[in-house]
Ligand binder design. Structure first.
Ligand code: NMX
Ligand code: MLT
Length: 471
C-alpha cells in the first residue's frame, strides 16, 4: 500500500514538474508513466482544475497589464500583429516557426513515438501532446489509436448527405457538408439541451472532438473515392495507425506514403490560434456551438485560396508551368513565369505569410523528406528551383513582408509523387489534420470557461473623429 502511494506521489510530482517548467532548452522531460496515465480523459480531468486556477490567478494578478498598443493600421489591416486570443496548444514565432506545446517540429520528430524506430511522428502522439502538454510513450499512443478506431463509425446518413451533392462539387464543399451531417450526433448539443453546469462543458466537448477527429478520415476518403475512384470504397484497416489507415482508405499503401501521411497530418495539425481556420473554430465555439459546428465553420475558412486552398493552387500553378515550358525549365523561364503571375494580378501561391518571416519549418521538413525519399523527382526539383527564384522577386516587389515559402509550397509535389495527384482534393487533407489542433483547443476553451468572443468594431467615421481628437 505504502509502495503504491509513493509510486502515485512520484507520478504526480513528475506530472507537476513536467507541467510547470518542463522546458530544458525547450525539450520537455520525457515522463515515466504509471498505468493510470494511459487514460487521456482521466489525465485531463486531473489537469483541468490546476489550469483553471492558473487562468484565474493570471487574470487577478495581471489582468490590467497592457500587451501592446492597437493602431489604426492594425484595425484596418486584418488585426495583424494584434495579440487578442488565448490558444494553449501551440505558439508561432515569426522566425522559428511553430512550437507544439513548446516543441519545434524537429523536436517532435525526435521525441514523439513513431510507427518504427526513426520514423515520422504518429499524429496520435501529437494529439496527446496538444491536449496534455506531455510527450506520450508508445503504449499511450497505441491506446489512443485504438480509442480513435473505436469511435470511427460514421452514420450512414452522412454518406447520403454527401451523395446529395453533384460529384463535381468541390471536395471541400463535400467534406464540410459531411462534417455538418456528422453534427446530428453531437453529445454537447444533447447535454446542453438537457442542461448542464458550465464546469461540465468540457466533457461532451471532449466526446465530440474525439469522435470528430476519429470519423474524419472515413468522411474524407469517401469524398475522394466518390469523386476520383468511381465510388469504390476501401474499408478501414484496424491494424493501422490513424494516418496510415487514412492513407489506406484513400487507396495508398506504399510504406513511404504512410510515413508521408504521418508527417503531413502532424505538421498541418495546428498553427496557433490566429489563422483563419483555428480562429473561426474558436470564435464559433465561443457561442457554445458544438465542435462539429465550429469545425465545419473552420473548414469553410480553410477553403479560401489565401489560406488552406493554397496547397491546391501551388500544384495547379506548377503543372501549368510545366505545360507551358516543359520539365527542363531554365532559371530565366522560371523568373518570367513568376513575373507573369504577378503581373496578371495573382499572388504566387505557397509564398508569404501573415506571421512568419522566415522559411516555414513545415516547408523545411517536407524538403528533408523529399531529399530522403524522392531526390530525383522532376517536380521536387522544380519546387527547389522556385525556392531560389521566388524570394528575390517577391523582395523586389517591395511590399511583401515575407518572401519565403510556407507549408503549401511543398506538400503537393510529395503527394503527387506517391500517386495522390488530384490537386483539388489537397485542402481536405489539410482539414483532416487541422481537426487535431482545433479539437484539442476547443476542449481547453470549454475547460477554462472562456467566454463569448466579441471584439469591438468601429466605422471609418468613428476612427477619423477619434484620431482628430487624439492628435
Ligand atoms: N505573392 C504576391 N503578392 C504577395 C504575396 C505572394 N505570395 N504575399 C504577399 N503579397 C502581397 C499582398 O497581396 C499584399 O499586397 P497589397 O498590399 O497589394 O494588397 C502585400 O504583399 C503585403 O502583404 P503581406 O503583409 O506580406 O501578407 P499578408 O499577411 O497580408 O498575407 C498571405 C499573407 C499568406 C495571405 C500572402 O502572403 C499570400 O497571399 N500568399 C500566397 C497565398 C498562400 O500561399 N497562402 C497560404 C498561407 C499558408 N496557409 O496555409 O494558410
Ligand atoms: C496555417 O497553418 O494556419 C497557415 O500557415 C496560416 C496562418 O498561420 O496564418
Amino acid at each position: 500500500m505504502v509502495f503504491f502511494r509513493s509510486v502515485a506521489a512520484l507520478s504526480k510530482l513528475r506530472s507537476r514538474l513536467a507541467h510547470q517548467s518542463t522546458s530544458l532548452g525547450s525539450i520537455r522531460w520525457l515522463q515515466v508513466q504509471s498505468t493510470s496515465d494511459l487514460d487521456l480523459h482521466a489525465q485531463l480531468k486531473d489537469m483541468i482544475p490546476e489550469q483553471q486556477e492558473c487562468l484565474k490567478k493570471l487574470k487577478a494578478e495581471h489582468g490590467k497589464v497592457q500587451l501592446g498598443n492597437i493602431t489604426v493600421d492594425m484595425v484596418i489591416s486584418g488585426m495583424r500583429g494584434m495579440t487578442g486570443l488565448l490558444w494553449e496548444t501551440s505558439l508561432l514565432d515569426p522566425d522559428e516557426g511553430i512550437r507544439f506545446r513548446g516543441l519545434s517540429i524537429p523536436e517532435c520528430q525526435k521525441l514523439l513515438p513513431a510507427a518504427s524506430p526513426g520514423g515520422e511522428p504518429l499524429p496520435e502522439g501529437l494529439l496527446w501532446l496538444l491536449l496534455t502538454g506531455k510527450v506520450p510513450n508508445k503504449e499511450q499512443v497505441n491506446g489512443l489509436s485504438a480509442e480513435l478506431q473505436s469511435r470511427a463509425k460514421v452514420p450512414e446518413h452522412v454518406f447520403r448527405a454527401i451523395d446529395a451533392l453533384p460529384v463535381t462539387a468541390h471536395p471541400m464543399t463535400q467534406f464540410a457538408s459531411g462534417v455538418m451531417a456528422l453534427q446530428v450526433e453531437s453529445e454537447f448539443q444533447k447535454a446542453y439541451e438537457k442542461g448542464m453546469p458550465k464546469t461540465k462543458f468540457w466533457e461532451p466537448t471532449y466526446e465530440d472532438s474525439m469522435n470528430l477527429i476519429a470519423r474524419l478520415p472515413t468522411v474524407a476518403s469517401y469524398v475522394y473515392r466518390r469523386i476520383y475512384k468511381d465510388g469504390q470504397i476501401i474499408p478501414a484497416n484496424s491494424s493501422l495507425d490513424y494516418a496510415a489507415n487514412f492513407s489506406h482508405m484513400l487507396g495508398f499503401d506504399d510504406p513511404k506514403m504512410l510515413e508521408l501521411m504521418r508527417l503531413y497530418v502532424t505538421i498541418h495539425s495546428d498553427h496557433e490560434g490566429g489563422n483563419v481556420s483555428a480562429h473561426t473554430a474558436h470564435l464559433v465555439g465561443s457561442a457554445l456551438s458544438d465542435p462539429y459546428l465550429s469545425f465545419a465553420a473552420a473548414l469553410n475558412g480553410l477553403a479560401g485560396p489565401l489560406h488552406g486552398l493554397a496547397n491546391q493552387e501551388v500544384l495547379l500553378w506548377i503543372e501549368s508551368l510545366v505545360k507551358e515550358c516543359g520539365e527542363d525549365i531554365t532559371t530565366d523561364q522560371l523568373k518570367d513565369y513568376v513575373w507573369k503571375t504577378l503581373k496578371s494580378g495573382k499572388v504566387v501561391p505557397g509564398y508569404g505569410h501573415g506571421v512568419l518571416r522566415k522559411t516555414d519549418p513545415r516547408y523545411t521538413c517536407q524538403r528533408e523528406f523529399a531529399l530522403k525519399h524522392l531526390p530525383d523527382d522532376p517536380f521536387f526539383k522544380l519546387v527547389s528551383k522556385l525556392y531560389e527564384v521566388v524570394p528575390p522577386i517577391l523582395t523586389e516587389l517591395g511590399k511583401v513582408k515575407n518572401p519565403w515559402p510556407n507549408v503549401d509550397a511543398h506538400s503537393g509535389v510529395l503527394l503527387k509523387y506517391f500517386g495522390l495527384s488530384e490537386a483539388r482534393y489537397f485542402t481536405v487533407l489539410f482539414g483532416v489534420s487541422r481537426s487535431i489542433g482545433i479539437g484539442s483547443q476547443l476542449i481547453w476553451d470549454r475547460a477554462l470557461g472562456l467566454p463569448l468572443e466579441r471584439p469591438k468594431s468601429v466605422t471609418m467615421d468613428w476612427l477619423r473623429t477619434y484620431c482628430t481628437k487624439a492628435t
